[in-house]
Write a protein that binds this ligand. Structure first.
Ligand code: BTN
Length: 256
């Protein structure tokens, strides 16, 4: 892969028009943050073939050997659009996977992308705001494209890859290009007030299910009743009370 292979003929206005490619890197989030702090333009993308210190949500590590997708996109949204990036990123991944591979993907709140109940993509969003101004937001996307799960027995029960689902290697380039186009399309629609909340909500496998949510050191169980417009999860407890959860990790407790 190379930057030119990604950008040549890429039909976006700005997302990915400047793409920085590394064969190997600690984490695309680190380089994207440095770039953003040094004033990189909106839409700058950092891609790595392999990450040696890939990061996940909730301080977890993200397995990132070569042959998969690890990229970060720098955006500079208004404060009112910041909460929509979680929805935007997961929908962009779902649309791109479906368009390129024909596989049906779902979203587990807040933004894990699953195929057949197993995780195929993780999304990490980091941002810095001062007062009412967002300096930058970085969307980090890791897709298990050609990950050989047999080499990683620990995650085999919960993870999958596109190649495993399709039974053949998957070309990363078309997926990356589709993803960048889709991120831009959804992003440009945000200020126009076009809501992506409804489609995101419809795609959530989580709703109506009995779940266990770990968040901020506490564990809660209940029915995932709905999501609010800001992306938070509303959890109905056995005693009838309702809790609003802004960030956390959900495990589905029933078979759906
Ligand atoms: C998660 O599911 O916990 C989120 C995983 C996010 C992984 C991506 S890979 C590209 C970017 N660089 C990182 O170090 N993390 C994100």
């Amino acid at each position: 892969m190379s930057s030119a292979l990604i950008t040549n003929g890429l039909k976006t206005r700005f997302v990915g028009q400047r793409t920085i490619y590394y064969p190997t890197l600690t984490s695309t989030m680190d380089v994207a943050r440095q770039e953003a702090q040094q004033g990189a333009g909106e839409g700058t993308v950092v891609v790595a073939d392999e990450q040696t210190a890939g990061r996940g949500r909730l301080n977890r590590a993200w397995l990132s050997p070569g042959g998969n997708i690890a990229l970060s996109v720098i955006l500079r949204p208004g404060l009112d659009c910041l909460h929509s990036l979680v929805m935007l990123a997961s929908l962009a991944v779902v649309h791109s996977i479906e368009a390129v591979t024909g596989l049906k993907a779902q979203i587990k709140w807040p933004n894990d992308v699953l195929i057949g109940g197993k995780k195929v993509c993780g999304i990490l969003i980091e941002s810095r705001a001062q007062g009412n101004t967002v300096d930058y937001a970085i969307i980090g996307i890791g897709v298990n494209v050609n990950l050989r799960l047999d080499d990683f027995p620990d995650i085999l029960p919960i993870a999958t890859s596109l190649s495993r689902e399709l039974g053949k290697e998957v070309a990363r380039l078309s997926l990356i290009r589709c993803l960048l186009l889709e991120i831009e399309r959804l992003y440009l629609a945000l200020p126009a007030g076009e809501s992506i909340y409804e489609e995101w909500q419809d795609r959530l496998v989580t709703l109506g299910r009995r779940v266990r949510v770990e968040s901020g050191g506490t564990v809660q169980e209940g029915i995932a009743e709905s999501v609010a417009g800001d992306g938070s999860l509303l959890l109905r407890h056995p005693d009838g009370s309702l809790t609003r959860i802004v960030a956390g990790d959900v495990t589905l407790r029933d078979q759906g």
